[in-house]
Design a protein around this ligand. Structure first.
Ligand code: UDX
Ligand code: UDX
Length: 466
């Protein structure tokens, strides 16, 4: 079976970049990305490539190459479904905020809505691909809906989880460690798997394309994220011990990372991991474990999250105690708001929780981030419902100039590892601050020795002072 038309429902951080790369690499396939959010679609269609809704290094030039050639962004969901041989579902699956499984289970309402819409519109056989991260066995729910509400057409469901990380999405898509495709073991299932393999084979070496059954594929995605997050929580657990003992966590990371059984990646201590996936996927795993009565397994994975919460709280606690146990009325400048560098995404960013804690202490927080908008920062802080709208605007400010942001501050907190922070004129920043001038580096990105020579009092996560 040769695919001529692809539709992707969901033009977010995953759907947008993934479809852009497929379109670039498969000029003979028409790729239409649809979304119910009209503003988002308009932004994808914006002729000013700086205004794309997702910032990813290298994405703009690929959009420019493929857009309106074989890559289209539209709000006409029905038309795109009707036309497609293959439909990717890439809508968000947030943690449930209500009812059974609240705070833990994935909310699958958007997935279900997509399935119902596909069932309603489809007049020809289709392959439906789960791109969103989903709990194990979601494919069977989707299949049920499609088979029972459809117009008698045949559906094959594949799981093809995305392993791209934000900030490196384009490189991850162009040169993936592996592409994972799960499908039914029947003859039709295998045909569907092959159709998707053929698409990726246009640029991914065959031995990097892995095929499995659907359940293995769904569970592998949760497992991969849980293992990655666990490494960060493990090294963060060590960062506290380093601080108490005089060890330096970056030296410890380097020493253990050179052991080929451990490897160097995901061993950077930080103020805590964020992003749309880690917390959600682990909570999902915890929920699945609990629902099978596997409480020990649930507790084991839940500890990864608890460690992460501890790391964020301990960072803000340390700021308060270092500033003589009160930050009330003091200006604290935040460098960075995104959950990591090279992305404008702020979902679950550690900065949000740290800011919230400091605002509760009545600190004046002023934020600079090179890519995150003021509107987004207020949305994130309002969402917590810790204070009312006016209070948040009174206590929290956003500044588009890092030097202005740090002016007259008592302390600077580094929450994202943006490279540009290393290039600042730190002497100039120091001169304009309250003294003693404190820096709390939550990402271990600044050279504390240089800063200390200038006169700053420095705290860097995981670096012991004995
Ligand atoms: C992705 C994955 O899909 C998710 O499973 C993973 O866990 C996190 O990353 P992402 O692309 O980052 O999601 O989400 P988002 O940027 O919110 O994009 C989802 C898009 O789907 C939004 O633009 C939203 O408007 C759209 N959507 C949602 C629809 O078009 N229809 C719906 O019914 C629901
Ligand atoms: C992650 C997975 O890496 C990706 O494969 C999956 O598809 C989606 O979830 P992403 O959330 O974009 O990607 O970012 P990632 O690079 O994994 O970082 C997650 C968080 O961990 C960030 O807040 C990052 O700063 C933090 N982190 C990462 C550390 O604190 N230390 C590290 O060593 C690595």
């Amino acid at each position: 079976m040769t695919i001529k038309n692809i539709c992707c429902i969901g033009a977010g951080y995953v759907g947008g970049p993934t479809m852009t790369v497929i379109a670039q690499k498969c000029p003979n396939i028409k790729v239409t990305v649809v979304d119910i959010n009209e503003a988002r679609i308009n932004a994808w269609n914006n002729s000013d490539l700086n205004k794309l809704p997702v910032f990813e290094p290298g994405l703009d030039s690929i959009v420019e190459e493929a857009r309106d050639r074989n890559l289209f962004f539209s709000t006409n969901v029905d038309a795109a479904i009707d036309e497609a041989d293959m439909i990717f579902i890439s809508v968000n699956t947030p943690t449930k905020t209500y009812g059974k499984g609240k705070g833990m289970a994935a909310d699958l309402k958007y997935i279900e809505l997509c399935a119902r819409q596909i069932a309603k519109v489809a007049k020809t056989d289709k392959i439906v691909v789960e791109k969103s991260t989903l709990p194990v066995r979601t494919a069977s729910a989707i299949k049920n809906i499609l088979d029972h509400t459809g117009n008698g057409v045949k559906f094959q469901i594949l799981s093809n989880p995305e392993f791209l990380a934000e900030g490196t999405a384009v490189q991850d898509l162009l040169k993936p460690d592996r592409v994972l495709i799960g499908g039914d073991t029947s003859a039709e299932g295998e045909q569907a798997i092959q159709a998707l393999v053929d698409i990726y084979a246009n640029w991914v070496p065959k031995d990097h394309i892995l095929t499995t059954n659907v359940w293995s594929s769904e569970l592998s995605k949760l497992t991969a994220n849980a293992f990655l997050a666990q490494r960060v929580s493990s090294i963060n657990a060590m960062s506290v011990i380093c601080e108490k003992t005089g060890a330096d966590v970056s030296e410890v990371s380097k020493a253990i990372g050179m052991d080929s059984r451990i490897g160097p990646k995901f061993l950077k201590a930080s103020v805590g991991f964020g992003g749309s996936c880690f917390q959600k996927d682990i909570l999902n795993l915890v929920y699945i474990a609990k629902s099978y009565g596997l409480n020990e397994v649930a507790d084991y994975w839940e500890q990864v999250i608890l460690m992460n919460d501890y790391q964020k709280n301990r960072f803000s606690d340390n700021i308060v105690s270092t500033l003589y146990n009160t930050v009330s009325g003091k200006k604290i400048a935040f460098l960075g708001w995104a959950f990591k560098k090279d992305t404008n995404d702020t979902r679950e960013s550690a900065a949000i929780k740290v800011a919230d804690n400091l605002l509760n202490e009545r600190a004046h927080v002023e934020v600079y981030d090179p890519k995150v908008t003021e509107e987004q920062i207020y949305t994130d802080i309002d969402y917590l419902n810790s204070r009312n709208y006016e209070e948040n605007r009174k206590l929290l400010k956003v500044n588009s100039d890092p030097y202005e942001c740090c002016k007259s501050a008592h302390a600077i907190a580094v929450l994202t590892e943006w490279d540009e922070f290393k290039t600042y004129d730190w002497q100039k920043i120091y001169n304009n601050m309250q003294k003693p001038a404190f820096v709390f580096d939550g990402r271990g990105v600044l050279d504390t020795k240089v800063l200390e020579d200038i006169g700053f009092v420095c705290y860097s996560i995981g670096k012991g002072h004995v």
